[in-house]
Ligand binder design. Structure first.
Ligand SMILES: Nc1nc2c(ncn2[C@@H]2O[C@H](COP(=O)(O)OP(=O)(O)OP(=O)(O)O)[C@@H](O)[C@H]2O)c(=O)[nH]1
Ligand SMILES: [Zn+2]
Length: 325
């Protein structure tokens, strides 16, 4: 491996030197973390994404537990379906340890050398703690979508004894999208059970079912579009950017935010909680049933103007179809 640099224990994974375009600032790009049990079909998914036509420039970082001392991990860069292979040197093959603190730097280096990517897909081992992996991206506001790729039913239900179920549950809990793969190997009722289990762990996660990880790419690559900021651009602008002013021109400040919101196609009521700049959505056990679907939000803060907030919420968050009804 000519040119690969082995650095000290905690140094950033470094790439084989190639022609650099120095001075190019690293721009933010979405990172999708793909976790899943051993053999669930993560690499199959990556290969599928890389070879499909999508007109996106995608960097893939494979970070599997290799046999022996497999420190060199393959890095494939796809452009228009063509694969280019380079080598990314990771410390020890374990994502939590090797990439955790330096992952962003490694990606910045990569972009400095190869130009901007549209996407980074990061495959982690099924044993990785998704929280640790994801937290390195969450530092960076724009980054961080998760896919959790499931294998078969037994991975969730029959592995309880050795605790792996906890990893699976945690992966699902933080996922934006769960792919239940290998549906060709299970019966309909088993598939239903897996779906129910996933749903019980994460009421909001989007679930796709696949064979050979063949997904509709728009559902995977545009995953960031499901995140809370896209559901509620109002809150990003209001809480983070402090973009809204009251009628006197004073900027609104929110200290506390609570609400019940209705998602199209969701049977359960969803609770919105915000404290200062942080906010989250959680599905509640409460069904809408025959109750009229409403969105009710309570804001506590300074310089708040109900009319302006209402208008913003309606124009930016509420679906067109619902506005009229
Ligand atoms: N029957 C069946 N086999 C599949 C399917 N998807 C993937 N496989 C096979 O499952 C095996 C493992 O797939 P990989 O994509 O390597 O799984 P992985 O999650 O990357 O595996 P690790 O990185 O080792 O954890 C391969 O032999 C795939 O061909 C599927 O939908 N059905
Ligand atoms: Zn793999």
């Amino acid at each position: 491996m000519d040119g690969v640099m082995m650095e000290e224990e905690d140094d950033c994974p470094d790439l084989v030197p190639i022609e650099t375009q120095s001075g190019r600032p690293a721009e933010q790009i979405p990172v999708t973390i793909i976790t899943g049990y051993l053999g669930a079909g993560k690499t199959t998914l990556l290969n599928y994404i890389l070879t499909e036509q999508h007109n996106k420039r995608i960097a893939v970082i494979l970070n599997e537990f290799g046999e022996g001392s497999a420190l060199e991990k393959s890095l494939a860069v796809s452009q228009a379906g063509e694969l280019y292979e380079e080598w990314l040197e990771l410390r020890n093959g374990c994502l939590c340890c090797s990439v955790k603190d330096n992952g962003l730097k490694a990606i910045e280096n990569l972009m400095e050398k190869k130009g901007k990517f549209d996407y980074i897909l990061l495959e982690t081992t099924g044993l990785a703690d998704p929280g640790a992996v994801a937290s390195m991206f969450w530092v960076d506001a724009e980054l961080g979508s998760d896919i959790y790729l499931d294998g078969k039913k037994f991975q969730l239900t029959e592995e309880k004894a050795d605790g792996l179920v906890n990893e699976a549950a945690r992966q699902i809990a933080v996922a934006d999208l769960t792919i239940i793969n290998k549906t060709d190997l299970v019966k309909e009722e088993e598939l239903n059970q897996v779906r129910d289990t996933v749903r019980s762990i994460n009421g909001l996660v989007k679930i796709l079912e696949t064979q050979r990880s063949r997904v509709d790419l728009s559902e995977v690559l545009d995953l960031h579009s499901f995140d809370i900021n896209t559901h509620f651009p109002l809150f990003q602008d209001l809480l983070w950017e402090k973009m809204f002013c009251n009628k006197e021109g004073q900027p609104m400040t929110v200290i506390r935010l609570k609400g019940i919101v209705s998602f199209a196609g969701k049977a359960h009521q969803v609770m919105l909680q915000g404290v200062h700049e942080l906010y989250e959505l959680n599905e509640t056990p409460q069904l809408w049933e025959e109750n009229p679907r409403i969105n009710r939000l309570v804001f506590i803060g300074r310089n708040l103007d109900k009319d302006i907030l209402c208008e913003q919420f309606t124009s930016k968050v509420v679906l067109d179809t619902e506005k009229n009804s």
